[in-house]
Design a protein around this ligand. Structure first.
Ligand code: GRF
Length: 217
């Protein structure tokens, strides 16, 4: 993996990857607008042109593009196009927000330790291959867990296996269905993700600034 680029000094630039609804992207956008998150959305990249989140991105005049995932276009080619769209928008930090694809090595190497994801469980529980969408909540309910929640983590080459940056727990109620549980967790996601991104941006900027003020030997 290469060295990450220096952050844009004033306002870190986020590249948000979506595949569907994009409610986390909306929460992040609202946090940037209200001043709770000192960052800006440099680009929204959707993996298909029907992603509902694109409508919001367009309404808000966010720079958005589609990098289609199809079997015909190889994974390596798609990864290259994603990197090029992110770099073309001068992105500092990549935010996965309901992006239904595995991040390939080209993207990981272009943004080392700079890719965040949100997962709807308390990782490491209910993460990994096949654990996405309703399957997560079904498994939680089936196992009679009393708590679940969401996790923001760094993305590496292990699915849902990167360092945990923040978590928020919710109670699992006896009457919960996968849908009701997922709704309750989603509300927490909308609070947690912008907060963790803000802390992440602030700590990156801080370490960068302290590097700058180190006397040269
Ligand atoms: C969320 O539940 C998130 O945890 C998972 O995908 C879902 C995305 O929802 N990674 P949205 O597209 O942000 O509404």
């Amino acid at each position: 993996m290469g060295q990450p680029e220096k952050l844009n000094a004033t306002l870190p630039r986020l590249g948000i990857l979506i595949s569907g609804r994009g409610s986390n992207m909306q929460a992040i956008y609202q946090a940037t607008e209200s001043g709770r998150l000192n960052a800006c959305i440099a680009v929204v990249i959707a993996s298909n042109s029907h992603a509902a989140g694109l409508v919001f991105a367009k309404e808000k005049n966010l720079n958005s593009t589609v990098v289609k995932h199809t079997r015909q276009i190889g994974k390596a080619c798609i990864d290259k196009a994603v990197v090029s769209a992110l770099q073309g928008a001068d992105v500092d930090i990549v935010i996965l927000a309901g992006y239904n694809h595995i991040i390939g090595s080209a993207v990981l190497s272009a943004f080392p330790n700079r890719i965040l994801n949100i997962h709807p469980s308390l990782l490491p529980a209910y993460g990994g291959k096949g654990m996405y969408g309703t399957a997560v909540h079904e498994a939680v309910i089936q196992n009679k867990e009393t708590q679940s929640g969401c996790t923001v983590h760094l993305v590496n080459d292990v699915i849902d296996g990167g360092a945990i940056l923040g978590q928020s727990a919710v109670d699992v109620l006896p009457e919960d269905t996968p849908e009701s549980l997922s709704q309750r967790i989603l509300k927490e996601e909308h609070q947690l993700y912008p907060k963790v991104i803000q802390t992440f941006c602030a700590s990156l900027l801080k370490s960068q600034n302290s590097e700058r003020t180190q006397p040269k030997c």
